[in-house]
Design a protein around this ligand. Sequence first.
Ligand SMILES: NC(=O)c1ccc[n+]([C@@H]2O[C@H](COP(=O)([O-])OP(=O)(O)OC[C@H]3O[C@@H](n4cnc5c(N)ncnc54)[C@H](OP(=O)(O)O)[C@@H]3O)[C@@H](O)[C@H]2O)c1
Length: 307
Amino acid sequence: MTDEQRSKEIVPEDAWQLILAVRQKVCSDGFPLDGLALRGDPNGPAGFVAVNEADALLSVNRDGGWHSFVAVSDDVGQLFDLYLPVALASAQRPLTLAHLGQSLDGRIATESGDSYYVTGEANILHLHRLRALCDAVIVGAGTVLHDDPQLTARRAPGDNPVRVVIDTERRLHGRYKVFTDGAAPTRVFSRAGAGARPEPLPAQVRTLEIETEGAQIPPAAIIAALRAEGLYNLFVEGGGVTVSRFLAAGVLDRLQVAVAPLIIGSGRPAFTLPPVASLAEARRPPCRRFEMGEDVLFDFDLRGQDV
Ligand SMILES: NC(=O)c1ccc[n+]([C@@H]2O[C@H](COP(=O)([O-])OP(=O)(O)OC[C@H]3O[C@@H](n4cnc5c(N)ncnc54)[C@H](OP(=O)(O)O)[C@@H]3O)[C@@H](O)[C@H]2O)c1
């Protein structure tokens, strides 16, 4: 590495480009056995290249651990800590990550479904970055019904994920943005044998039927159907019912909960899980904490955890 490179600092915009370059490299080539090293002009716009050479800016191991060969600020270090483990998901090491933004008292929306916004700007940007790194973003019918979200990565440079809606009973009509805006492919999962929709979905929306267990579509069956399409990096964005079902089914690898300094006092809960008799049975998985504006993000590693 040249002295000029060594004296430079990686700024947040370039750190994000490095993270996207890691993602592209992993998607195209898988993770090289000898680790991944990235180089480029840290003060240039985009255009980092992934190489295995001695003049790298950053090296990354397969668990998301990293080493920078130039100066990085705490903010940039946080970007690498947060997003490299997500960027490294692959067919060999798929990832299912869920996120919820909740008030101090564990609510994700009011009773009427108002959730704009529980958490602050920094957390909203975080959601867009997760979308940009993932192959598919998954939401329940309740979220589409109340929020009419686009589920795109429009606030962060990167590609939009495939959008996946779990609409068991085919309750949703076809005029929501995820069905009509054409910003990314959309899939809808319903119960095999559910009744007719209030109106048909646009032709470009792919619908899939899955056998239920009780009233539920098994989350593992949704994940298996998406992996069969080559979608390995899955982001379950909400709402509370959907994330709780994935968590209870033991299929999440990571769970992120952003806690905002806000008390709602009533409303839709973040988590609804089967009761436990004692606190010893409550989950206390390994956890990292990140300050995110006024909010605190708890990032739980659920791999290898009993459920
Ligand atoms: N703060 C946040 O992080 C955040 C994130 C997203 C949404 N929200 C807010 O949360 C609210 C919606 O959340 P919610 O918990 O009420 O609903 P939700 O999780 O968005 O949707 C729940 C519905 O999704 C379907 N579903 C999900 N998983 C299923 C499974 N495994 N099997 C069968 N059906 C499944 C069911 O539809 P059927 O009822 O048709 O069977 C279920 O009723 C909205 O107000 C939204 O604004 C907040």
